[in-house]
Each structure stands twice: as C-alpha cells, then as structure tokens.
Design a protein around this ligand. Structure first.
Ligand code: SF4
Ligand code: SF4
Length: 182
C-alpha cells in the first residue's frame, strides 16, 4: 500500500522528535553500525537506523506502532557505536514517550508496554524499585500469575527479593519529575 505523507505532518513529527531529543535526525547517514550491534535487532520489525530514517520522513504511524520502540532495552550499544554521535537510544525513549502520550498501544508487544507502566508506577510511589511489588503488579496485569513462580523462593533465599520495600525521602521531587512529563 502506498503511504502518502503530508509535508506539514512530516515536519511537525520530525521537529517534535528533534526538539525532545536535542539532536538532529539529518546527522544520521545510514551507515547501519547501530543496527548491526543491537542485541535485539533480530526481533525488531524495523532496525534502529530504519526507525531514524522513517522518523525523518514523517512516517509517524508506522514508527509509533512498531515493535522496535518497545523491544529496545536501552543498552546504549547503538549510541556508543555511532560514528556521528547520534542519540539512537534517546530516540527510542522519545518515541515511546510520544506513543504513550498518544495512547498508542503496541498490540504485538503489549506485555513489554505493561511492564514499563508498572515499573514507572513503582518508581512514582516509592522513588525506587520494590521488586516484589513490581513483579506482583505485573503478573496481575498480564494474568501470568504462575509463570516463573519457581524462581521466587531462590531469589528470596539469596536476598535478591526483599519482603518489604523502602521509600526514598525525596518523593516530592520524584512527583515533580512525573508532573513535568504529564
Ligand atoms: S539501545 Fe535499543 S536500539 Fe540501541 S542497541 Fe540497545 S536495544 Fe538496540
Ligand atoms: S550508527 Fe549513527 S550514523 Fe550510522 S545509521 Fe546508526 S545512527 Fe545513523
């Protein structure tokens, strides 16, 4: 199917991304070094360099509905390898943020998106991660109550999971950060 991109929409989407990213999309000259080093590229529907070009071309729907932006694990390999110093990891963060604000849910990677939501809720209420609460809420949300359940006793035994969480003292500052992003 032929995709017709309105020039105004193209500019507004790519400018929005550039302003949130504090970087220029045109810096990328499509050498592909970022994608070659990405540890999860085999699962992605578009490689990181394709996502950059598509963003520059204003292909908003395709980019925001892609699996790629949710599969990225923010390992930073791409940004480190980029000869132009382009913020590849950053663009994935920005695109997830825009998708989230627009209420676009990735059908293919729903559970990853749910994990992000639970993770952020956890940080919002504790100022840090309380793993047991995080896992519990994630399992309730995804309804995978018994998946990985045999790992829990081992993790408890090794002190990797604490029964009680802690809240940081500067919770009001955390609340302010979240408010700034609303
Ligand atoms: S930060 Fe994301 S896109 Fe970049 S290499 Fe890691 S997983 Fe791939
Ligand atoms: S490594 Fe840098 S210049 Fe090369 S494709 Fe990736 S972002 Fe573009």
């Amino acid at each position: 199917m032929k995709t017709v991109i309105n020039e105004q929409n193209r500019r507004s989407f790519s400018s929005q991304v550039e302003s949130m990213l504090h970087d220029k999309l045109a810096k990328c000259y499509q050498c592909g070094k970022c994608s070659a080093g990405c540890p999860v590229n085999f699962e992605m529907d578009y490689t990181p360099n394709q996502i950059i070009k598509m963003t520059e071309l204003g292909m908003e729907d395709a980019v925001l509905n892609s699996k790629t932006i949710w599969l990225c694990v923010s390992c930073n390999t791409c940004s480190t390898r980029c000869p132009k110093g382009f913020e590849v990891t950053g663009i994935m963060d920005v695109l997830r943020e825009i998708a989230e604000k627009k209420g676009i849910t990735s059908k293919a990677e729903k559970e990853i998106q749910m994990f992000h939501e639970v993770f952020l809720d956890n940080v919002k209420s504790n100022g840090r991660i309380f793993e047991l609460e995080l896992v519990g809420k994630y399992k309730l949300k995804t309804r995978h109550l018994f998946r990985d359940m045999f790992l829990a006793p081992k993790m408890l035994e090794k002190g990797k999971l604490k029964m009680q969480g802690e809240k940081i003292s500067g919770l009001n500052q955390i609340a302010k950060i979240f408010k700034d992003f609303e």
